[in-house]
Design a protein around this ligand. Structure first.
Ligand code: NAD
Length: 238
């Protein structure tokens, strides 16, 4: 299952996993977008269904997880990718913007992992990948909410890794740098230029640049890797 699979990085991760033969549940808030991605994967010979779920809602996630497990059995791959930004300098950041970003980027991973993680542990095989950000490692002015959520995901993942390790369930983080998606499309040309100067490769990444990392971490070859943070950022955070 991949959350936020309707577009951008989540879509690329879903497509990459599908190309490796993984049966997909594409989750997004918007039924049309995750439905479109699932249909395209199926049309290309893969196997995917879509579910519209607001991942920031504990009750929606709990109900969806129970329904999905009833329908498909234990889910063995969980990629928590759904995320939003509500940027602004700390002094002007509203409580609503703080809460929305923490709920969508961090609490969602807790809700899904709690709901899906135990059935995964009982079946003694599982892969959890949480999509963080270089902002969670380095901080970023104007992103107190986002950086806190993304840093929180790292601590959360390491704890899950320790709790689930003996059940053959791994949990890792992929932390993208600046990637060309709808999320970054709104950044002014000036900001994009400024950011690019801090990237040793001097370019934003593409969603496909990210997608290989979660796919590898979900593979059998990665069975002895857990609790790790993989930055995929053109060398930005080193
Ligand atoms: P995007 O805005 O293009 O896509 C986000 C996806 O998440 C969409 O499908 C959207 O519907 C879904 N989503 C948002 N809120 C949701 C909710 N409440 N319930 C269900 N689905 C919801 O973003 P993206 O650039 O593809 O980012 C994907 C992930 O990668 C995010 O977690 C983001 O924080 C992270 N990331 C992105 C960048 C970047 O530069 N684009 C950098 C670092 C990390």
């Amino acid at each position: 299952m991949v959350t936020g699979a309707g577009r951008g990085i989540g879509k690329a991760i879903a497509e990459n996993l599908a190309a490796k033969g993984v049966k997909l549940i594409c989750v997004s808030k918007n039924p049309a977008s995750c439905g479109g991605v699932a249909d395209a994967i199926t049309a290309a010979g893969g196997n995917a269904v879509a579910r519209a779920v607001d991942v920031s809602s504990s009750s929606e996630v709990e109900a969806a997880a129970a329904e999905l497990i009833k329908e498909f059995g234990p889910i063995d791959i969980l990629v928590n990718n759904a995320g939003i930004t509500r940027d602004g300098l700390l002094a002007r950041m509203s409580d609503e913007d703080w809460d929305a970003v923490i709920q969508t980027n961090l609490s969602s991973a807790f809700y899904w992992t709690k709901a899906i993680g135990w059935p995964m542990c009982r079946s003694r095989w599982g892969r959890i990948v949480n999509i963080s950000s270089v902002s969670g490692i380095m901080g970023n002015a104007g992103q107190a909410n986002y950086s806190a959520a993304k840093a929180g995901l790292i601590g959360f993942t390491k704890t899950v890794a320790k709790e689930f390790a003996r059940r053959n369930v791994t949990a890792n983080v992929v932390a993208p740098g600046f990637i060309q998606t709808d999320m970054t499309a709104d950044l002014s040309e000036e900001v994009q230029k400024g950011v690019t100067n801090f990237i040793p490769m001097r370019r934003f990444g593409q969603s496909d640049d990210i997608a290989h990392a979660p796919s590898f971490l979900c593979s059998e070859e990665a069975s002895y890797i857990t609790g790790q943070v993989f930055t995929v950022d053109g060398g930005m955070a080193m």
